[in-house]
Ligand binder design. Structure first.
Ligand SMILES: [Fe+2]
Ligand SMILES: [Fe+2]
Length: 222
């Protein structure tokens, strides 16, 4: 069984990656519109965007394999990427559902602009960007995603650290218990943070870079 508190400590003890300008611009854009502090509204946007690179990579691999299906090596790599991309985007979608459940539980009303229109505009632009980047330079796309995921992992673990009251709040809804069966909201967010580490590790592994030690091992690239 994973010790989520130990994993949280490991994240907080590990410095963030040295984010490159492209990643810093993305984080700056989110901070500009939603503020620097992590709120559920900002997490909602983060999770809407988080699925998009995986969708772009999956699509790219299917397009490539239309012509490369006779090349065993390309097929093998393409299938590993699509398998990982499908798993990761399903996992990111679970994160989004959890955040939605939490907002509903707290009675947070969705705002027509901040919760609906702005995420749609951001998703549209990020989709175009991700598709283009995956076509031009997939390695850069993997590395950018590793930075995105490292940022998300640290943000979630810091969020729990900043809100100790979450450990006294029992999970009632079914969605939040689906993965990890956490008893408290503190553990739900720790579990999500750990998922982000796994996403980061897999992104690094596909770049041929060393991964970070943790409860979940990077495997699809090996
Ligand atoms: Fe996520
Ligand atoms: Fe993620």
């Amino acid at each position: 069984m994973v010790n989520l508190r130990k994993e949280q400590e490991a994240t907080l003890a590990r410095p963030r990656m040295a984010y490159k300008p492209m990643a810093r611009m993305l984080f700056w854009g989110m901070d500009l519109f939603y503020g620097k502090a992590l709120t559920l509204r900002k997490v909602q946007l983060l999770e809407i965007l988080a699925r998009i690179p995986y969708q772009a990579w999956e699509l790219r691999q299917y397009l490539r394999l239309t012509h490369l299906y006779e090349d065993g090596e390309s097929v093998d790599k393409g299938r590993r990427i699509t398998t990982w991309a499908r798993e990761a985007q399903d996992n990111e979608f679970w994160h989004l559902l959890v955040v939605n459940e939490r907002m509903r539980q707290l009675g947070i009303q969705k705002h027509w602009f901040w919760d609906r229109w702005l995420p749609r505009i951001a998703a549209f632009k990020y989709r175009l960007f991700s598709r283009l980047l995956s076509l031009i330079d997939i390695q850069t796309a993997f590395y950018l995603n590793a930075q995105f995921e490292d940022h998300a992992e640290h943000e979630y673990m810091q969020f729990v650290q900043d809100h100790p009251e979450l450990d006294n709040e029992k999970v009632e809804g079914a969605v939040a218990r689906e993965h990890g069966n956490a008893e408290t909201w503190g553990d739900v967010f720790r579990r999500i943070g750990l998922d982000e580490r796994e996403h980061m590790n897999n992104s690094l592994a596909f770049c041929g870079l060393p991964t970070v030690a943790g409860a979940d091992e990077a495997s699809p690239a090996s």
